[in-house]
Design a protein around this ligand. Structure first.
Ligand code: GTP
Length: 243
């Protein structure tokens, strides 16, 4: 089998373009329908009643859930949270991170708004490295690494999350433009190109404590997270963010 440098030479000589398997996967994530709606049911939650939509990924069979409040209607300006799975924070209330509090705050705000969607993406655990590796990363953080260095020390990506499935779920539910609840503006890029647009960002500010301070500060310094309104601008600064 020819290796890449040989292929590049050949392609240049013959005036051909090269596409990698990774390019193909990226293309298919954008273009193909990758989710199927498995079931919908009413769930009376501690915040209020939500319609729970279960979606199955056709890529890997993972089931995700979207909690939908109210009528999505024309799909404009919907309050949306795309939440990454964090078993330790979301289920067990770990104080190492802000995940559990963000989940609760997002549900509360959507309930108060009377209309909105929370997409809970499974398979995102540990920013994509999985639960076991996340716990190993915590041990490294106890030894002095920050959350970015710990992933690197394990030889794993700092953040390998993909948002294509989440975007397709939102699209299927009828969302067209959204006010995205996040402190992480780099999420916008992952939601681009699916017929969705971001009409604003809603910060999700939860308590900073002695236990999560370093984690949150690292996200701010190394991962582009914003705590509060976007660098001096209002929280609807993403309004021009066409996707
Ligand atoms: N590898 C690793 N993952 C973590 C750690 N703490 C939380 N997570 C995971 O991080 C993900 C949440 O990502 P965050 O960077 O906190 O937030 P975000 O989703 O990028 O941004 P927000 O929308 O503001 O929440 C979840 O998948 C958690 O399981 C940690 O110390 N190390």
């Amino acid at each position: 089998m020819a290796r890449l440098p040989r292929l590049q030479q050949f392609a240049q000589a013959e005036g051909l373009k090269i596409i990698s398997i990774a390019d193909l996967i990226r293309y298919r994530r954008k273009r193909d329908k990758l989710v199927e709606r498995a079931a919908v049911s009413l769930i009376p939650t501690m915040w209020g009643p939500f319609q729970a939509y279960c979606y199955r990924s056709l890529l890997d069979g993972i089931e995700h859930i979207a909690m939908v409040k109210g009528e999505i209607g024309d799909g404009r300006d919907i309050l949306v949270r795309v939440h990454s799975e964090c078993l330790t924070g979301d289920i067990f209330g770990s104080a190492r991170c802000d995940c559990g509090n963000q989940l609760a705050l997002a549900m509360k705000q959507i309930e108060a708004a009377g209309r909105g969607v929370l997409v809970y993406l499974r398979g995102h655990e540990g920013r994509g490295i999985g639960l076991g590796h996340k716990l190993r990363a915590y041990n490294l953080q106890d030894e002095g690494c920050d959350t970015v260095e710990a992933n690197e020390e394990l030889g794993l990506p700092v953040d390998s999350r993909e948002y294509g499935i989440g975007a397709q779920i939102l699209r299927d539910i009828g969302v067209r433009t959204m006010r995205l609840m996040t402190n992480n503006p780099s999420k916008y890029a992952g939601l681009k190109g699916y017929g969705l647009a971001i009409s604003g960002r809603v910060p999700l500010l939860t308590p900073i404590t002695a236990q999560n301070r370093r984690y949150i500060e690292t996200k701010r310094q190394k991962m582009g997270h914003v705590y509060g309104p976007e660098n001096g601008a209002s929280s609807s600064a993403a309004g021009s963010e066409d996707v």
